[in-house]
Structure formats: C-alpha cells, structure tokens
Design a protein around this ligand. Structure first.
Ligand SMILES: C[S@@+](CC[C@H](N)C(=O)[O-])C[C@H]1O[C@@H](n2cnc3c(N)ncnc32)[C@H](O)[C@@H]1O
Ligand SMILES: [Zn+2]
Length: 333
C-alpha cells in the first residue's frame, strides 16, 4: 500500500458477493453480546469529548454529567446540545434539512420509510446500489474479525451497507440524524434477525467517538461542498483507533461527461462531485495523506468478462478511498 495507490478491484473475488441479496441472511447471527457497559467504553460526549459511563439504565458524561437517553433497547440518542454552525459555502438545501432533522423529536414510527429504501426506489437504482454494496464489502471487511472488530456507518440511511456485512463484525454502530431513517432501519434489522447493530441518533459533525472505532464507512454523504466534506473527513479521522481505517466514497465529476456538458439533464443538482485530482486535494486539506483509491463503475455487474477491459476506458462513477487516522496507516494489516 502506498500513498494514493489506485486499485481496480478484484472483480472475480467480489462476483460471488454481488449475486447475493442486498441484505445478509439471518442465519449465523448471534444475539448482541456487547453489554451497555462495553458500548459505553466506545462512546464519548459529543459536546466535550469526555468518556461516558453506563449505570442504572443511563449513559452519562463523566465530565459535564449530561445524560443521553436510551430510546429503545438498541437505540441511543446522542446529539450535541446544539447543531453545528455550518460554513457559508454549504448549500441552503442541506443547511435547512440538517436543522430540521436536528430539531426533530424522537418518536417510534413503525411504517416509516428511509431515504433510498428498497420499497421506494426503481429496480435500476437498487441494482447499482447492490453493485456498490458488493464492491465495498471487501474494502471494508479486509482484516476484520467477527468477534472483535467494531464498525460504524456514520450516515447509514436505509442500512444497505449496515445490514450486508453485519456478520463480519462484532458490533456495528448504525448512525443517522433522521428519526424516520432510524425507525425504518431498526424495523428492517429486526425483520432480518440481526442483533449486533446498535443504533445511534447522532450528528456526524459531532460524532460520539474518540479513537474508538476499528472501521468507519461513509457513503453517498461527502457531497455537500468542500468545506462540509473536509469537516466530516476530519471528524472521521479523529474517531478511528490508531489501527483503524475508514472507507468513504466521492462522486466522480467526469462520470458521464454528456451530463457535464449539458447534453443530458443535470441530476446531481447542488451536490459536489470531484475529479480524481480534486478528490486527492480534498483529502490532503483534511489532513489525510496516506490512502488507497478504488474505482467503482456502476455500469457492470462485477465479474463480467468484458469488465476489466472496459474499466480502463470508462470514467469511474465513484472513487472509494481507504485511509487511517495517522500517517502510519496500515488498515490493521
Ligand atoms: C444520501 S444518504 C446516504 C445513505 C447511505 N450511506 C447510503 O449510501 O445508502 C445520506 C444520509 O445522511 C444522513 N445525514 C445527513 N446529515 C447528517 C448529519 N449531520 N449527521 C448524521 N446523519 C446525517 C441522512 O439522514 C441520510 O440518511
Ligand atoms: Zn459532556
């Protein structure tokens, strides 16, 4: 692994995974063994970064004494006292949605549907998501062990990634700000019989982790402008254990040049995408100097014979980056 080394992924190895359904099979899951005390050891106050302790059904900050409510048997609300003051460059649509989501009051809502939920998207959208889920599997699970490694999906949405590889980890934190998305994902996890996921209603600008995670996954989220994306990358790096690593994706500006040239209608609206060079600059600005890059092409089922050849010529849909918290990054290898 060298700084910025670019990988075309091992498709043959991943083909088998791509044929699987979006979510994991329930067989093989064991009930969540991590007690709340063990979970508290991994969590920190989102306001002052102090450690938490669990006693008498409460997660409490050891510095400011703030208590964080356990809303369900596997969902903790752990928001900072106030929302983050977003830089002026963050688009107004995100700013408004963020403040709205932050101010929501938690309530249990059984029929809720999440952003990108299988029940709401087209077949072709779901297929592309399934391909990316299959590709990410190897990048995020490499070096992990099912009875040790702790993974966190920091903006987990409908849980495509959370559920698919839950069995490869000891414990998975599924974080999101949206009450609706969390309701959907909890229901889904229950129906799949997955029991090693702990849900956090958390704000990714003030994540409740300090060098406490082995793996972090953040997909389809670094799209809100450079300052937003840089802030988030810094939070991710701070949340990783020194031996941990994060996998993030960035949309590639050059994917589908016809759309860029205005020949096809714009479908990415106010969101930010990056060229390969811009993506590397972003990481550098966020203090991430050592990483691996993987190209994801959404057009083909992985494993197709023509794929490795075509991939040389087609622009990647997204760039995946894998990096650690320090310059000594080695992804637990
Ligand atoms: C585009 S979706 C991506 C979902 C998922 N990562 C995926 O790739 O399918 C973005 C997610 O980020 C969540 N989100 C937005 N702002 C957030 C914040 N400040 N903290 C935590 N989650 C946030 C949204 O609720 C939504 O679920
Ligand atoms: Zn505190």
């Amino acid at each position: 692994m060298g700084s910025g080394r670019h990988w075309i992924v091992s498709w043959e190895r991943w083909r088998i995974q791509a044929d699987r359904p979006l979510t994991s099979q329930t067989r093989g899951y064991v009930p969540m063994e991590d007690s709340f005390t063990t979970i508290a050891d991994l969590l920190f106050c989102p306001d002052d970064g102090a450690s938490l302790q669990y006693f008498s059904g409460q997660f409490q900050c050891t510095s400011c004494s703030r208590r964080f409510p356990l809303r369900e048997e596997n969902l903790l609300e752990i928001l900072p006292r106030s929302p983050c003051e977003l830089p002026g460059s963050v688009v107004s649509s995100y700013r408004e949605a963020y403040l709205r989501a932050f101010d929501e009051t938690y309530c249990s809502d059984e029929p809720a549907l999440a952003w990108g939920a299988e029940e709401t998207v087209s077949g072709s959208w779901a297929r592309k998501r399934r391909r990316q889920v299959a590709m990410v599997r190897q990048v995020i699970t490499e070096g992990s062990t099912p009875n040790e490694t702790v993974r966190c999906d920091i903006s987990a949405g409908a849980g495509y990634y959370t559920f698919s590889y839950a069995h490869s980890f000891r414990l998975v934190f599924h974080c999101d700000l949206s009450v609706q998305n969390l309701n959907y994902s909890r229901r889904k996890a229950r129906s799949l019989g997955i029991q090693n996921i702990f849900f956090l209603r958390a704000d990714y600008f003030a994540l409740p982790f300090q060098q406490s995670l082995d793996r972090i996954l953040c997909t389809d989220t670094l799209i809100r402008g450079e300052e937003h994306d840089r802030m988030l990358l810094s939070v991710i790096a701070r949340s990783l254990k020194p031996s941990g690593c994060a996998v993030i994706d960035l949309h590639n500006w050059w994917h589908n040049p016809l759309r860029r040239l205005g020949v096809l209608p714009e479908n990415f609206f106010q969101n930010r995408s990056y060229s390969n060079r811009e993506a590397r600059i972003l990481l550098k600005l966020a203090g991430v100097h050592r990483y691996e890059v993987f190209s994801f092409h959404q057009e083909f089922e992985s494993g197709r014979i023509e794929w490795p050849l075509l991939a040389q010529f087609l622009p990647a849909t997204r760039f995946l980056f894998r990096f650690g918290s320090s310059k000594r990054y080695s992804c637990g290898k």
